[in-house]
Design a protein around this ligand. Structure first.
Ligand code: ZN
Length: 143
């Protein structure tokens, strides 16, 4: 799925999981209009979590509870070890490549990792939600 499809899917899910809510009367309004005061200016109520306007907070809540965020360090290590071979020898010691790079030049490691993750975001394989990174294919499974 592409990023905009995922965003549409998550927004739809946020509407499905929540109930319209009148903050003035403090009641659920499943019909989409408050039966007490008649307003249609309604918040969303996510049972067990809270009430607020909009759907971004609902999406953040659902994703943080139901989807495992990516360990970016781990996926970058795997990519490096797959690209450069698992083990290298430096003088008389053996090390895996990612450990060696991290020890020799931790700043270069961090820069390259950030570039790699940014590339996956540009590629729409990863999306950042509320400060965490998620695989788009993991979000496709939400329902
Ligand atoms: Zn009302």
């Amino acid at each position: 799925m592409k990023l905009d499809e995922i965003n549409n899917k998550l927004t739809k899910l946020a509407f499905e999981r929540t109930i319209p809510f009148c903050y003035g009367c403090y009641i659920d309004c499943p019909e989409g209009r408050c039966k007490e005061c008649g307003t249609d200016d309604l918040m969303r109520h996510l049972p067990g979590v809270g009430v607020e306007y909009g759907t971004d907070w609902v999406i953040e809540s659902i994703v943080s509870v139901e989807v495992e965020p990516i360990d970016t360090e781990e996926i970058f290590e795997q990519m490096i070890d797959e690209s450069y071979g698992e083990e290298i020898q430096i003088g008389f010691i053996k090390s895996n490549v990612s450990c060696a790079i991290k020890a020799l030049d931790p700043i270069a490691w961090d820069i390259a990792k950030t570039e790699y993750i940014d590339g996956l975001i540009q590629d729409e394989q990863i999306v950042e939600i509320d400060g965490e990174n998620y695989w788009i294919h993991d979000l496709e499974g939400l329902s």
